[in-house]
Write a protein that binds this ligand. Structure first.
Ligand SMILES: *Cc1c(COP(=O)(O)O)cnc(C)c1O
Length: 403
């Protein structure tokens, strides 16, 4: 196994800030800590040649074993998986049609999705559908959707329906997966489930998905990649897109083998021990924050029932002398930047996610919390950047890239 302790500090060498990730598996931060088994597999295969389609064939039974699907393959990302699975449902195994995409002339080209699930995971989920040349058909409203909406949208042009499982989606008032799949199947429509960030590798196929998609680089701790699993014929049709629009979503030998290694490691992982370690981190942070003026904490279970809790930190600016978002920004600055989960800071809170820490980092996080909260408390003025200004600054910065 690769001895990571001997690796040079590659971030320091490139002048990259040594961020500590208390945010979650974020693409913007490099996704996750890749497990040693996957690091070793990636390093071992990179200098060698392989017959790629043979390697893909080796991945299939491993993916099938873990997901309960009939077959599977690895692509560039879960996002790519959405596009390839949709394209496969449109073209089947017609190689000429596969080369014509995204021109969908003569093919079924409508793909149904509940409006309350049209989220952004960094890019819009429905763009993944449209990239295949399909039209996204939005059903229901943001916070309500009924089986009659679904049934009423299905017609002879319907190629597939996409169902998104994510904390980003509206969590009430929508059609659940079992009912969604029943309604689709009664009309012969396949169901593609985006479960990019979910721990349960079997549940969604059990609940009626025909194809399920996961990210290799999220909780699995694999290299960047996406896993497509499910019905053999649909998975094959999606795989064949590698001769068409899938080419730009190509995955290399290292990600295929690294994903296999991560899946095999996942089977052997001591999940209870990892949970216990994470609980220890949450406990440490909760103790660090206890009794501080204007700071309230609460443990919250993951909204989509992954086996994980996060610490919600609510800030009263009058007492703490800083807003939740200014505290998040202060923590993210300096020599040991700590990046918290700050999607909802306008409500006055952020979350701390314990899943992506190296040994010793939780203590640094605790020290940084103490440092920034003490500094704010000593400030005579309340540190309160207008929220809109913070938001606008992020977009401005993006538009300045690469400067
Ligand atoms: C992260 C995520 C994606 C994108 O996954 P990638 O593998 O990074 O492309 C898609 N859908 C959901 C719900 C996600 O959370």
């Amino acid at each position: 196994m690769t001895d990571l302790s001997l690796a040079p500090d590659i971030r320091a060498a490139r002048k990259l800030r040594p961020v500590i990730n208390v945010s979650g598996t974020m693409t913007a931060l490099g996704a996750s800590i890749v497990v040693p088994e996957a690091v070793a597999a990636v390093a071992a295969i990179l200098p060698e040649f392989v017959e790629i389609n043979e390697l893909h064939k080796i991945a299939s039974p491993v993916i099938a074993r873990l997901t309960g699907g009939e077959a599977g393959f690895v692509t560039a990302s879960c996002s790519a998986g959405i596009t390839l699975a949709v394209a496969g449902a449109m073209t089947g195994d017609d190689l000429a049609a596969i080369e014509r995409l995204p021109d969908a002339t003569g093919l079924k080209d409508e793909v149904i999705i509940q409006t309350g699930q049209v989220v952004s995971y960094g890019a819009p989920v429905d763009q993944g559908i449209r990239l295949a040349g399909a039209k996204a058909i939005y059903i229901g409203q943001a916070t309500s959707c009924y089986p009659y909406h679904l049934d009423g949208a299905i017609n002879e042009r319907t190629a597939a329906a996409v169902f998104v499982v994510s904390h980003h989606t509206v969590q009430y008032g929508l059609i659940g997966l079992k009912q969604f799949a029943e309604t689709c199947h009664a009309r012969g429509v396949p169901v593609i489930v985006d479960a990019a960030s979910e721990y349960d590798l079997r549940l969604f196929l059990e609940q009626g998905a025909d194809v399920v998609l996961y990210s290799s680089h999220k909780f699995l701790g694999g290299p960047t990649g996406g896993i497509v699993a499910g019905s053999k014929s649909l998975v094959r049709s999606a795989f064949l897109q590698n001769r068409g629009i899938g080419r730009g979503m190509k995955v290399g030998k290292e990600s295929i083998l690294g994903t296999i290694a991560a899946l095999e490691a996942w089977e052997k992982r001591d999940h209870a021990a990892i949970r216990a370690t994470e609980s220890g981190y949450l406990d440490l942070w909760q103790r660090t924050l206890a009794g501080r003026p204007g700071v309230a904490t609460a443990l919250e279970p993951d909204p989509t029932h992954n086996p994980l809790d996060r610490l919600r930190v609510t800030i009263d600016p009058q007492e703490a002398h800083i807003t939740a978002w200014d505290l998040a920004d202060a923590l993210a600055s300096g020599a040991r930047p700590v990046i918290v989960r700050d999607h909802e800071t306008e409500h006055g809170y952020f979350y701390m996610d314990p899943c992506n820490l190296h040994p010793g980092e939780a203590e640094i996080v605790a020290a940084r919390l103490d440092e920034e909260l003490s500094k704010a408390r000593q400030s005579n003025e309340i540190i309160a950047t207008p929220y809109e200004k913070r938001y606008a600054a992020r977009i401005d910065k993006l538009l300045q890239w690469p400067d």
